[in-house]
Design a protein around this ligand. Structure first.
Ligand SMILES: Nc1ncnc2c1ncn2[C@@H]1O[C@H](COP(=O)(O)OP(=O)(O)O)[C@@H](O)[C@H]1O
Ligand SMILES: [Mg+2]
Length: 309
């Protein structure tokens, strides 16, 4: 079998040329990978501690160690519905995670002579605000890459989570007592009275951290902390490969070799993510797997270390 490139780089147009089928984890619309997740040692206890104590779980670890997938696994197993996601950047603010008010849109509607001056269409909860709505079952919330935030955000956030409630000032002083506000991930409307939102079930929260900064003790005190181990356990890695590529024999020679090389490199301190190994395995089992020099070349790109140059 030969590696049969779709792109040949020779400028010859091949209209309608078909791509081979994608890896199961790259099909769209994207499906949850929660069911494929193999918890590393100790993680199950940390998750349960966070669940029982109604505290957020703070997961630290290198890129690709599976941090963002933990919440999908928990939400799937506990049947908590779709995961609410808040991806943090240096520009993220707590307020926008709670709710968004489109003040310009409202002024514009007024100028266009809208006959009502209803505030409701211009308000929407953010992912955190939606997670704090009263509900019979807790929502699952991912606060991704919290170490990228500005300095004050973690303590402001923990303050909201401590109280489990917040206020929308624009509604606290609004003429009508109750206003319908749209949720983050559906068009469902929630009646909010005097601008006050208070949860009845503390959400299931995972915060992820790439370890790029230190957090203050008062923040750490209010979380359950877990550090993802690097992938050095051959059995866990095999299980993860098997889960992602159903029907593939992980004991077959080329795959065992890839897994052993991967584990040997992570043990010696190379920074490699599990999805790099999954990519490599997918390529060698493909219908037209590369061989010889081509295989070495592709593997070099797929299993390149994640740090530095
Ligand atoms: N323990 C594991 N079991 C199964 N799959 C894993 C595991 N760890 C990582 N993966 C896979 O690796 C990929 C990257 O994981 P992700 O959660 O995005 O990492 P991170 O958020 O730490 O960068 C995902 O596709 C996930 O399915
Ligand atoms: Mg992530």
């Amino acid at each position: 079998m030969t590696w049969d490139p779709v792109y040949q780089g020779n400028g010859v147009v091949r209209p309608g040329v078909a791509l081979p089928p994608p890896p199961p984890w790259r099909t769209f619309p994207r499906k949850s990978l929660g069911g494929k997740f193999q918890p590393p040692p100790g993680l199950v206890s940390a998750v349960n501690a966070a669940l029982f104590l109604r505290r957020p779980l703070l997961i630290t670890g290198s890129p690709g160690s599976g941090k963002s997938t933990v919440i999908e696994s928990v939400a799937e197993e506990l049947d908590l519905g779709p995961v609410l996601r808040w991806h943090i950047t240096s520009r993220s603010s707590l307020t926008e995670a709670l709710y968004r008010y489109d003040v310009l849109g409202r002024i514009h509607a007024r100028q266009l002579g809208s006959d009502t001056d209803d505030i409701s269409p211009f308000l929407q909860f953010g992912p955190l605000g939606t997670a704090l709505l009263p509900a019979a079952r807790p929502r699952a919330l991912l606060i991704d890459e919290i170490d990228k935030s500005d300095l004050d955000l973690p303590s402001d956030l923990l303050d909201v989570l401590e109280r489990g409630e917040f206020e929308i000032p624009e509604l606290a002083r609004y003429e009508r007592a109750t206003v319908a506000v749209r949720g983050w991930d559906s068009n469902q409307l929630h009646g909010i009275t005097r601008g006050r939102v208070a949860c009845t079930q503390f959400p299931v929260i995972v915060m992820t951290d790439n370890g790029e900064r230190e957090f203050a003790a008062p923040f750490l005190r209010r979380c359950i902390r877990y550090t993802m181990p690097v992938h050095t356990d051959i059995e866990v890695v095999k299980r993860a490969v098997r889960a992602h590529l159903e029907g593939v024999d992980v004991e077959s020679e080329p795959i065992v070799e890839l897994i052993e090389q991967f584990v040997a490199r992570t043990r010696s301190g190379d920074l490699l993510a599990l999805d790099q190994l999954l990519n490599a395995v997918f390529v060698v089992i493909g219908g037209a797997a590369p061989v010889g020099y081509q295989r070495d070349q592709v593997m070099k790109y797929l299993l390149r270390e994640l740090s530095g140059a």
